[in-house]
Ligand binder design. Structure first.
Ligand SMILES: [Zn+2]
Length: 345
């Protein structure tokens, strides 16, 4: 079996399929270029932390036109005017324009199902048929639906029972999304079922379940999801630590999962650059995470990460599996998303 080493990191082409840029600064793009990475950067309906949608898309389009070899992008819609009867038509008009400008698809976020309410005070669910014309349009245009639905299972547990330090940290800072505090709201299973019911009705739609499709706690669950929905893939963004938790118990099982589903898994980090993010800190952080992940997938060394309190061993995957997870699968799902250059002459 042929495997890559730490030293091969720069030489292997790689794609980080899950990143966010909300500034005109090129820090993330420069760091990607220096490390032989390309980026899939997503607009997302995160308010008020992210700029208004039009502004997010404007910034991404500008980066895409300036650095088409590094940055491809996907757009998003908001739930503004949801209660209007022609909401779907209005959204389709907007995303049509973004598709014409090069967007590879649409990113939807956990605010559907967990935060946004309709005029009757009811949470808007991902399985609401009002979304179907939009999803149908995405399918018809051969674009991709990128979905962050629900949250890690930890979100429904008390802080002290969470399996990784990063979830404990996030939910202590974002109590609004810590569902353990809201037993009257939809359960973890409700969130997963809403997503699956939507997919049942939209067979044939190219779908990426971001963050291991929120099934991060069990590779068996991710396997069952991928078996049930042959048009779906999953990305690893911010959830590699959950694979590492499972590595502690049964390393072979995690490794076998990645090998079995090598065509359906995409590397991603969820890095973000906002206005005011310190560029040198960001570059340092990106490099640290990219190198740590590379070590985990390619070597059999003992290692540690801030999310876990115990040491675990790397998976030492075969080269071909790494190539697929790190770029070949993304190139297949997003054909022509990245171009050598747009400047003639
Ligand atoms: Zn993200």
């Amino acid at each position: 079996m042929e495997c890559y080493t730490i030293d091969d990191f720069k030489q292997v082409p790689k794609i980080d399929t899950h990143a966010h840029i909300n500034t005109g600064e090129k820090t993330m793009i420069d760091e990607a270029r220096d490390n032989n990475f390309r980026l899939m950067v997503m607009a997302v309906d995160v308010v008020p932390e992210y700029p208004p949608m039009e502004e997010q898309v404007r910034v991404l389009l500008k980066h895409h036109l300036e650095d088409p070899d590094i940055l491809a992008f996907s757009t998003a819609f908001t739930l503004e005017d949801w209660d209007e009867p022609d909401w779907s038509d209005r959204v389709i008009e907007k995303i049509k324009m973004d598709f014409n400008n090069g967007s590879i698809g649409i990113k939807i976020w956990k605010n559907i199902g967990m935060d946004k309410i309709d005029k009757n005070g009811k949470l808007i669910s991902l399985e609401d048929p009002k979304f179907d014309p939009v999803f149908h349009f995405i399918k018809e245009q051969d674009k991709v639906l990128l979905s962050h639905a629900g949250e890690p299972k930890n979100c429904w547990l008390p802080l002290e029972q969470m399996t990784v330090n990063s979830d404990r940290d996030y939910f202590s800072k974002n109590p609004k999304f810590h569902m353990y505090n809201y037993p009257e709201l939809p359960s973890y299973e409700d969130q997963m079922n809403a997503r699956d019911n939507m997919l049942e009705r939209n067979r044939g739609l190219t779908f990426i379940g971001a963050h291991l499709a929120s099934l991060e706690w069990s590779v068996d669950e991710v396997s069952a999801f991928l078996d049930k929905f042959p048009d779906a893939s999953v990305d690893l963004a911010e959830r590699i630590c959950h694979l590492q938790v499972q590595s502690l118990k049964d390393k072979t099982k995690v490794r076998d999962f990645l090998i079995k589903y090598q065509d359906r898994i995409l590397y991603g980090t969820d890095f973000q650059q906002l206005e005011g993010t310190d560029p040198s800190e960001l570059r340092k952080y990106m490099n640290k995470v990219w190198m740590s992940d590379w070590k985990y997938f390619n070597t059999n060394e003992m290692m540690s990460v801030p999310q876990l309190n115990s040491e675990f061993q790397g998976l030492q995957l075969p080269k071909i599996v790494v190539d697929k997870i790190y770029h070949l699968n993304a190139e297949k799902i997003f054909p022509n998303a990245w171009r050598i250059s747009n400047i003639a002459g």
